[in-house]
Every structure is written in structure tokens, then in C-alpha cells.
Ligand binder design. Structure first.
Ligand SMILES: NC(=O)c1ccc[n+]([C@@H]2O[C@H](COP(=O)([O-])OP(=O)(O)OC[C@H]3O[C@@H](n4cnc5c(N)ncnc54)[C@H](OP(=O)(O)O)[C@@H]3O)[C@@H](O)[C@H]2O)c1
Length: 287
């Protein structure tokens, strides 16, 4: 084997090893229990209550269930009282934990003082900033969104302002107690510039940067702040085009288990990502 041949064989071997290692690291996500173990009492040790925004449906509902299954009482917040009451009943029946319902429309400025009042004196260990919305489900150029001024207000208030305000409400208590977990929901879409979902993608980049900066500020105070980036399109594809297979084969439980993995950059730079993985470990099947 001459020198050039040896060089290319070594290069090829290095590339194969690189991708095999990447694949093995990815496969760990499928077995969070083994690779990212946390003590059983981890969430309850953070505090008595978990707060989840946008919890009447979808991913927020699944988070609320998962946290109650981990032994926490949960506060669920969104606009529709009827749905929230039903979710509260389902969680209480399934887990025996307390569920507090707060009806709020995050688009309105006035809701935050009311929420702060309702959360006053509660020992909140976990906050999941889940609520979020698209300007329009159909991909569109920025100026083509219907009622643009209103849309800008709604998307920024829901996706950005609510997260910041909820952190402001919950962080002082966590700081006093020297512990707490905040999980902010971003999107896979934040990883690259995303024309036609520009406003939405930009708000999710804000979620990531805010979470990363906040984690750096509050890490030494015992508070864990993580951001997760969900992968968007598969979800919508199954939800819309295959509603039947979706509900059977891609329940939220599976979705969270397979698709909800923490943002790599934050995990690598700030701390390990075992908290979010632990939540994804065992979720109720919610179709
Ligand atoms: N689903 C995905 O594929 C995907 C992908 C990437 C990222 N994400 C992110 O994951 C999060 C959850 O997504 P999802 O698909 O589970 O959402 P979803 O099914 O549309 O649920 C949204 C939740 O937020 C509540 N909500 C909506 N507008 C609200 C408002 N103005 N005030 C208060 N509550 C409001 C809704 O309840 P009411 O209507 O009763 O208020 C509902 O409980 C979002 O931040 C989203 O950006 C989702």
C-alpha cells in the first residue's frame, strides 16, 4: 500500500467512524431511561407544582400529563375553559394529582398580573413554556398574512412575550428556593432561516437565545433552563393527511418520545439534557 492509498483508506475509515459514532449518539435518544437516568424523585424535588402554558391540547397537554405522572400537581393554562376542565379531570383521574385551571388569553397584556396573582405563594418547581402559534398554517410571505397587524401581535405575544413574562413570574420563587426547571418549547424550524414561516421561525430563534442566555445567568442558582426543538413537518403531515394513522401510530406519546429532543447546542454548551429526556420517557397516549 503506497502512502496515497494509505491516506485515503485512513480518511475513509475516519469518516465511517465519525458517522457510526453520530448514529450511536442519536440512538441514545430512543432509550432515554438507560442513557439519561434521573432519580425518580427528580421533578418532585424541584417543587410541588408544575405550570404548563397551552395545556388544553397537543404537546402542552402531554407535558401536563407527564409531569403529573412524575408526581407533580399541575397548573394548566389556555383559553378554553371547557377543554381545560376536561384535561384537568383526565389528569386527576389518571394520576390522582391536583390540577389547577387558569383560563387566559396570552394575546392580552392584562392576563399576566392575573396569572401572577393566581400563582402567588405556590411552590412552583417546573414551568413549561409551551404555548405557541403560527401566523398562518399555510406557508405565506410575510405581507400576505391576513390581518397582518393583528397577526404580528398575536404571534409575538404568544410565542415570545408569554415565555418572557412567565419566566418573570416564576423565576423569583425558584431563585429563592435555589432550584427549579424551565422548559421552553422552540421548533426545529429555528435551526435555519425559514422563508414563508419567517415570523414564526424568528420567534423560535428568540426562544432559543433567551433560554440559552437565561440558563447561563441562573445555572449557578440551581435552576435548569432548557429549550427543545420539535420537528415540525412530520407532525403536521400525519395530523392532517393521515388522521386515522396519526391517532393510532403517532400519538403524542410516541411523538414526544421520538421527535422531542433537546436542542443540541444548549445541551452541549450548558448542561446535560436529561430533564427533557426524562419527561419524554413515559407519556400518556394522547391522540
Ligand atoms: N406541533 C408541532 O409539530 C410543533 C413543531 C414545532 C414546535 N411546536 C411548538 O410546540 C408548541 C405546542 O404546539 P402544539 O402543536 O401542541 O400546539 P396546539 O396543538 O395548537 O395547542 C396549542 C395550545 O395552546 C393554547 N393556546 C393557543 N393560543 C392561545 C392563547 N392566545 N392564549 C392561551 N392559550 C392559547 C391552545 O388552547 P386554546 O385554543 O384553548 O387556548 C392549546 O392548548 C408550540 O409552541 C409550537 O410552536 C410544535
Amino acid at each position: 500500500m503506497d502512502l496515497l492509498e494509505l491516506f485515503f483508506v485512513s480518511l475513509g475509515a475516519a469518516v465511517v467512524v465519525h458517522y457510526v459514532v453520530k448514529l450511536l449518539l442519536f440512538i441514545r435518544i430512543l432509550y432515554p431511561k438507560i442513557w439519561f437516568p434521573l432519580p425518580k424523585s427528580f421533578f418532585t424535588s424541584m417543587g410541588e407544582w408544575a405550570v404548563v402554558t397551552g395545556a388544553s391540547e397537543g404537546i402542552g397537554r402531554a407535558y401536563a400529563f407527564a409531569l403529573a405522572e412524575q408526581g407533580m400537581n399541575v397548573v394548566i393554562i389556555s383559553r378554553t375553559k371547557l377543554t381545560l376542565d376536561q384535561v384537568a379531570k383526565d389528569i386527576a383521574d389518571a394520576t390522582g394529582k391536583k390540577v389547577k385551571v387558569i383560563v387566559a388569553d396570552f394575546i392580552k397584556e392584562s392576563v399576566f398580573s392575573e396569572i401572577e396573582e393566581q400563582l402567588k405563594d405556590m411552590n412552583i418547581g417546573v414551568l413549561v413554556n409551551n404555548v405557541g402559534m403560527l401566523p398562518s398554517f399555510i406557508p405565506r410571505e410575510f405581507l400576505e398574512a391576513a390581518e397582518l397587524d393583528q397577526t404580528i401581535l398575536k404571534v409575538i405575544n404568544c410565542n415570545v412575550k408569554t415565555m418572557v413574562k412567565m419566566c418573570k413570574i416564576v423565576l423569583p420563587g425558584m431563585e429563592d428556593r435555589g432550584k427549579g426547571v424551565i422548559v421552553n418549547i422552540s421548533s426545529g424550524i429555528a435551526s435555519v432561516p425559514f422563508p414563508l414561516y419567517t415570523l414564526y421561525a424568528a420567534t423560535k430563534v428568540f426562544v432559543e437565545r433567551f433560554s440559552q442566555g437565561l440558563q447561563a445567568e441562573y445555572k449557578d442558582k440551581g435552576i435548569i433552563i432548557q429549550v427543545t426543538g420539535l420537528q415540525l413537518f412530520l407532525h403536521f403531515f400525519f395530523k392532517i393527511f393521515y388522521p386515522v394513522s396519526y391517532s393510532y401510530f403517532l400519538s403524542y406519546r410516541q411523538w414526544l418520545h421520538w421527535g422531542l429532543h433537546p436542542n443540541g447546542r444548549l445541551s452541549k454548551n450548558q448542561h446535560d439534557d436529561s430533564v427533557t429526556r426524562r419527561l419524554c420517557k413515559k407519556l400518556p397516549a394522547v391522540s
